[in-house]
Design a protein around this ligand. Structure first.
Ligand code: FAD
Ligand code: SAM
Length: 592
């Protein structure tokens, strides 16, 4: 047993002898927890410096020791240099017996080390939002009402960036009146920073031999009305992955949901026998990287949790092929903040060893990506949802409610892909269809050993049941879904151009064509619709809907229920329908 040290800051996470006691003393006792949980339906703690999660485990246990049905702890924590699961398990091993199974559960649910926001429901009572980012970049992006702050960055002398004006001023922006703060340090810079942000600060006895520490109470007034009218009943229109995911997210929050589907669940884009889940790569870090990093992790977590959905985390090789892709992948690796355990470039020889077949290009390797059966995911997520087999032709709003096929609802979610254009409220959205066809082939001898997915503009799935999916075409000019021979030839010839020894000949065992829905800017459209109360969309998931839909669902559910968001504010803004209106206004053009 040794005291864990941070390489970056040459400072310890906690003392191995008494770290648990110190955490309970500084952060629970000095913040008057668990007493202050009493009578609060939702209590939000925000921490700077997640580290091993020791403070989180203490708060989680303390909350559940006293929580009554209906109470919820929302724990938000920033961490710039995430430890691995193994490190957390090792560093906290000697306190295993203190947390009644919670440490094992934390290790189990702890995200991959992928920069971004990861909102995880760890129990019926507790949600953890782990923000793998520099607190200075991320805290201005947070929307929450915080009841209590745990300031646990390394000592200000060793890590001054953590105790910045950005952090203090945002604490003032986010705190509820009367919010409490505690920190192990008594440094003047911290005291002054907190006072400047509106906290009344006092010094108190520190833990053990430490002379002093700081506690405080927020005396400022954040202004505004924090109350949210939560919908009791919601209608979701469209039973593809986007729709069932929203319905499942709302159902898990106790909302009554009806889902209308005109052609049968998963009859549209979501009906393929297998699909790949991957982020959509960009060279820069921005709203798209923040969205797809969180979405990838969320999709992985959800697919893993479902039985019999063909979940296969076989990994994906993204073959380079040209300079533009090389630049994009280099940018992705340099800027997205994914740990090398989860994303790295490999030579074509190494790619051949990983995939089990000789490939013609170097590749970006994502060992945690994989494939799943979309239609089975839809079926699994729809299990608890009330499905109505009807087409919805119009939405009528009366007062604050919606009339849909003769029934009344508090809110509507349109997840009907490009059919969103048929509703008067959303016919202005700049979305369109893109036909796609996949071929399902019997695995040829030359691909028998393929051990992962290959992506190269097209894609070839890891074999399953002696078959594999080779996809897919992109035809925005076609509106006919009949199977085309030339499309088989097209996808197979693309595959033959990247794998040595595969000449493009294959037994076709099946095929499927469907429409994707894409927006003009190729970004999904998610969230509340401007100008209508209680109208939401989740559409335009393009060719990455398996990854993006489940996060979209959580974003919409959080928005409706007034919860803190699973993504930064700039993501919400940039995926919202409002973005088109703002852009048109800036260019002084009309949208319709
Ligand atoms: C050939 C092909 C291959 C693909 N491969 C992948 C892949 O490997 N990985 C990946 O991530 N993505 C892939 N995609 C994209 C992915 O399938 C889509 O992004 C995703 O399925 C979109 O889901 P959705 O729920 O938004 O739309 P859909 O699945 O199309 O669902 C919309 C549903 O709404 C219903 N509906 C429409 N209007 C109404 C109405 N008025 N009333 C009631 N119901 C209505 C429709 O019947 C339909 O079932 C692929 C797409 C295609 C076409
Ligand atoms: C003392 S440790 C926290 C101990 C932790 N609360 C625990 O329970 O193990 C401080 C943590 O802050 C993180 N950190 C330091 N600077 C940061 C920054 N600018 N943004 C986010 N996290 C940071 C460190 O990586 C480290 O994990």
């Amino acid at each position: 047993m040794e005291t864990p040290r941070s390489e970056q800051f040459d400072d310890i996470y906690f003392q191995i002898e008494n770290g648990l006691e110190e955490s309970r003393y500084v952060f629970l006792e000095k913040n008057s927890l668990p007493q202050r949980f009493s009578g609060q339906d939702r209590f939000t703690i925000c921490e700077t410096g997640f580290g091993t999660g020791l403070n989180f485990l203490c708060a989680w246990k303390s909350f559940e020791d006293v929580a009554r049905t209906g109470q919820h702890l929302n724990y938000i924590s920033f961490e710039k240099y995430p430890l691995s699961k193994d490190e957390i398990a090792k560093y906290l091993a000697h306190w295993l017996g203190e947390f009644d199974g919670r440490l094992e559960r934390l290790v189990d649910l702890y995200p991959l080390r992928i920069g971004g926001w990861h909102k995880i429901r760890v129990s019926d009572f507790v949600t953890l939002t782990l923000i793998f980012d520099d607190v200075n970049r991320a805290i201005p992006e947070l929307d929450a009402i915080v009841d209590c702050w745990f300031l646990d960055g390394h000592a200000p002398a060793k890590n001054p960036e953590m105790w910045s004006d950005t952090v203090f001023s945002n604490m003032g922006r986010l705190s509820r009146e009367g919010a409490r703060v505690a920190t192990f340090t008594a440094a003047g810079i911290v005291k002054r920073g907190l006072e400047g942000a509106g906290f009344h600060i006092s010094k108190t006895k520190g833990y053990g031999r430490k002379r002093e520490m700081i506690v405080g109470t927020f005396e400022g007034d954040r202004g505004g009305d924090d109350s949210v009218i939560k919908p009791q009943s919601v209608v979701v229109i469209g039973g593809g992955i986007a729709g069932v995911a929203v319905a499942a997210s709302l159902h898990s929050r106790g909302v009554a949901v009806d889902l209308f589907e005109k052609n049968g669940l998963a009859s549209g884009g979501s009906g393929n026998v297998r699909g790949l889940f991957n982020p959509r790569f960009t060279a820069q870090r921005g709203f798209e990287s923040d969205f797809y990093s969180s979405a990838f992790m969320q999709a992985l977590r959800v697919f893993q949790s479902l039985d019999e959905v063909g979940f296969d985390p076989c990994g994906s090789l993204h073959l380079v092929g040209d300079d533009q892709k090389q630049k994009r992948f280099d940018g992705f690796l340099g800027n997205w903040d994914w740990h090398q355990d989860h994303a790295r470039m490999v030579s074509k020889e190494a790619a051949g060893l990983i995939s089990g077949v000789p490939v013609k290009h170097d590749a970006l390797y994502l060992p945690d990506a994989g494939m799943v059966s979309p239609y089975r995911v839809v079926a699994a997520l729809a299990k608890k949802v009330s499905v109505v087999a009807e087409e919805v032709l119009a939405l009528q709003q009366s007062d604050s409610q919606w009339l849909v096929n003769g029934r009344i609802y508090d809110a509507v979610v349109l997840s009907c892909a490009a059919d969103v254009l048929k509703f008067s409220q959303t016919q202005w959205l700049p979305v369109h269809t893109v036909r796609g066809q996949v071929s399902v082939i019997n695995v040829p001898d030359s691909l028998e050993d393929l051990a992962c997915n290959l992506c190269y503009g097209g894609y070839a799935s890891h074999p399953f049941d002696g078959r594999m999916v080779v996809g897919s075409t992109f035809q925005s000019w076609l509106d006919d879904l009949s199977i085309r021979e030339e499309d088989h030839a097209d996808v197979l010839s693309k595959l033959s151009s990247v794998v040595e020894g595969f000449d493009g000949a294959a037994d076709i065992s099946d095929a499927r064509a469907a429409f994707r829905c894409s927006a003009k800017d190729r970004v999904p459209v998610i969230g509340a619709l401007p100008e209508y109360h209680g109208l939401y969309v989740s559409v335009a998931h393009g060719s990455h809907g398996l990854t993006s839909s489940v996060l979209a669902a959580e974003m919409i559910a959080a928005q409706m229920m007034g919860e803190s968001s699973p993504v930064p504010r700039h993501v919400i803004t940039n995926v919202s329908a409002q973005r088109f209106i703002d852009r048109a206004a800036r260019k002084n053009i009309s949208l319709s």
